[in-house]
Design a protein around this ligand. Structure first.
Ligand code: ADP
Length: 424
């Protein structure tokens, strides 16, 4: 059996989020970090294959070129249904990259129409009459209006998408979705007949997503946030495109010590670090010290810890401390010093026999997986919504990794993660 659904995500933690939701089905899910390299052994092919790129805010041409290459790889491995995953707050600019990528993928797939549905009702992202809401606020009144890279200054997805694409943009609204999948299919066909190739679809609840997923199951390309993918495994199974032959995911046993590495400074991660340090040995990394003295001190500390004992190395700090470090080192440099330190310490931890890693921070997770030489992860059960345990082989050894972006997980997430792994 080949790929039942191939997905391309515009950032790493978005890919993990999608992977976790698909893994709820129990079918194998694999997440490839970056474009699979040409000529390299692809390893096992799973019914759900997700390629995580880093193209949310890169130049349009390079985003288009990378996603087209990802598409070519997925098709070469048998995928004929593709999911283009972006953020549930439609993070993009007047130029892209959501629209231009969708249009390029449609051209390659010979698709004449696709839908856009970033709604994620569980997380308070809803679309009504084409307007995206974050909780009860329209997108352009939510904190997203001040995002440093993709400030969202409108809530109308039709207006946001139109300048990004050449084709016509239309809307299938909630009234249609509420009438069920046949009504939605008819609406899509009517829009198609009048030449509308990009359709925003309203969704305010999970039931809407189920209707939409059923109506678009046969489109070569679906685009949206991760939540629209939730009903897909069930629908693909009902359509006979996923069967017992696709296998069932079973988590490998991962023996060896444990560590938490935290480079996220988000509000939730700060609480998680405070809570976990009450019971775990912890070492704080200071970017200024790191930049003058390197990681020798942290690495000496790590060597004195028993591999099995709960332990935490963190750069997580309050906003004023972050600002102070950034003033001295520059924003970029402060971030890099920390990322490189945590990445190097992850490698040392592996060499000391540690095989279970919890990593906090999207950028941090990217740096750590890259230092460990991890290109493919098999995705297990979620610890918290959007954060699954994942498994990789490093130098022939099974390793478990929970890669958490900033605000995900509850206060007790770090301890929960290891308990969850033992129970899995
Ligand atoms: P999140 O998922 O919360 O956004 P990321 O890892 O993506 O976390 O981003 C956090 C960034 O902040 C990283 O580049 C990290 O290296 C940097 N950082 C972490 N701790 C500090 C600190 N104490 N001072 C300055 N920058 C820091």
């Amino acid at each position: 059996m080949g790929i039942a659904l191939g997905a391309i995500a515009d950032d790493f933690t978005g890919a993990t989020d999608l992977a976790g939701l698909l893994a709820r089905s129990g079918y194998p899910v694999s997440l490839r970090i970056g474009l699979p390299r040409e000529g390299e052994d692809a390893g096992e092919i799973s019914p759900f294959e997700i390629i995580a790129l880093k193209c949310r805010t890169t130049a349009v041409e390079s985003a288009v070129s990378e996603t087209r290459q990802a598409l070519a790889w997925l098709r070469a491995h048998g995928a004929d249904r593709i999911y283009w995953k972006y953020c549930s707050t439609f993070d993009s600019t007047q130029k892209g990259n959501i629209g231009p990528v969708a249009e390029a993928l449609m051209a390659d797939l010979g698709a004449t129409q696709t839908i856009y549905c970033p709604a994620f009702p569980e997380n308070g992202r809803a679309i009504f009459m084409g307007h995206l809401f974050v909780g009860e606020q329209p997108l352009d009144e939510s904190p997203m209006k001040d995002h440093p890279l993709t400030p969202m200054r409108d809530s109308s997805l039709v207006r946001l998408l139109a300048p990004q694409v050449k084709g016509k943009v239309g809307l299938a609204n909630r009234l249609v979705v509420a009438r069920g999948f046949a009504a939605l299919k008819a609406r899509l066909a009517a829009l198609q007949a009048e030449g509308t190739s990009h359709v925003i679809v309203d969704a305010v609840a999970d039931e809407d997503l189920a209707v939409i997923a059923e109506a678009v199951l046969d489109l070569p390309l679906i685009t949206g946030g991760s939540a629209l993918a939730m009903p897909l495994p069930r629908l693909l199974a009902a359509a006979g495109r996923l069967t017992a032959e696709n296998g069932e995911f079973s988590a490998p046993r991962v023996a060896g010590g444990q560590i938490v590495l935290s480079g996220s400074c988000s509000a939730m991660t700060r609480k998680q670090v405070a809570s976990y340090s009450e019971s775990a040995a912890s070492f704080r990394l200071d970017p200024l010290r790191l930049s003058s003295e390197g990681i020798a001190e942290a690495s000496a500390w790590l060597k004195t810890q028993a591999p099995d004992a709960p332990k935490l190395i963190y750069a997580t700090a309050e906003p004023e401390d972050v600002r102070r470090a950034q003033e001295v080192l520059g924003v970029q440099q402060a971030g890099e010093v920390v990322e490189q330190a945590l990445a190097a310490l992850a490698r040392e931890a592996f060499d000391l026999g540690i095989r279970r890693f919890v990593v906090a921070g999207g950028e941090t997770a990217g740096a750590v997986t890259s230092a460990l030489g991890v290109h493919r992860l098999s995705v297990g059960r979620e610890i918290a919504p959007g954060v699954p345990w994942t498994f990789a082989q490093i130098d022939g050894e099974a390793v478990a990794m929970a890669l958490k972006s900033g605000n995900f997980g509850a206060e007790t997430f770090f301890g929960d993660a290891f308990r969850h792994l033992e129970g899995a």
